[in-house]
Design a protein around this ligand. Sequence first.
Ligand code: SF4
Length: 367
Amino acid sequence: IDEFRDHARARQILEHITTLVARLAEQRGGPVRIMEVCGGHTHAIFHYGLEAMLPPELELIHGPGCPVCVLPMGRVDDCVAIAERPEVILATFGDAIRVPGSRKSLIQAKADGADVRIVYSPTDALALARKHPDREVVFFGLGFETTIPSTALTIAQAAREGVDNFSVFCNHITIIPTLKAILDNPDHRLDGFLGPGHVSMIIGTDPYRFIAEHYGCPVVVSGFEPLDILQSLLMVVRQLHDGRAEVENQYQRLVTSDGNLTALEAFHQVYEPRENCEWRGLGSIAESGVQIKAAYGAYDAERKFAVPNQQVADPDSCRCGDVLTGNLKPWQCELFGKRCTPDQPRGALMVSSEGACAAYYQYGGGN
Ligand code: SF4
């Protein structure tokens, strides 16, 4: 991967970005604002110190593409309530275990006696269900289109094998309705997008075409190495400079225009759009999440345990929503680094390494 981290090449690209951004900023009398949608990009940008190298007239907005960061408090409360049932083994990815609910996080529930276990894939959770036929194993299903096919395939496998003590608490979300909701907000000040690399491996680049065609915003689907990100930023800036709005694919080594058809087939076999889906900081967005189809209802933890789907507002002092929409930088939240740290997170953006607040905290970003 050395060729994706070449310093001389990075300097050349930065010079081009700086020249074009200076012209654009002068023409429009303000900065160029590009949203990196994916939390993986946010993490890479801070990890490699890219933000500090960019010209001040180019502002990066850290978008909603970290599924842990946008998980609303009410869903954490629902998950904790499931985990506290004596018959349940709650299986979860490690990054979700510390997301704060209004009462407690999963790790606090575990400390209080709930059987919460970290797994690395939904198939690990299915294996737990086979191993403990006398218990109910619930997998905390989280993530965008990147992880949806793997939970779909696991549910289909459980159905084939008749493992009836396995279910999924589904919190999967989808990126396209969310980007549309951001662009429909009349207050948005975005000039372009770095498209998410991992999600695009599944859905392809075609679903972003409406952003260019209807909203006139360039989109460049990007990889995760430093030169991937710099080249993608240059491609967005070039489009703006040339007065173009197109969907371009910088991540051609892994992303195609129509995506992974096998993964999409598994997705649509098991899941259907959820009418209303709540996002931390962004509110309710129509059809921005999925739910398990009735045909697989026996594997849906919401049906099995009559989950109440609680709606709980974030505490007033928590500014995650403003950070997610680009209206506030993490250090401008009064809790940042004081009452909200990775060890003691108050908001979800401080929990995951892909969250903007955790990235700023870890890599010393800020004013
Ligand atoms: Fe949310 Fe904490 Fe970030 Fe404030 S510092 S926006 S509470 S995660």
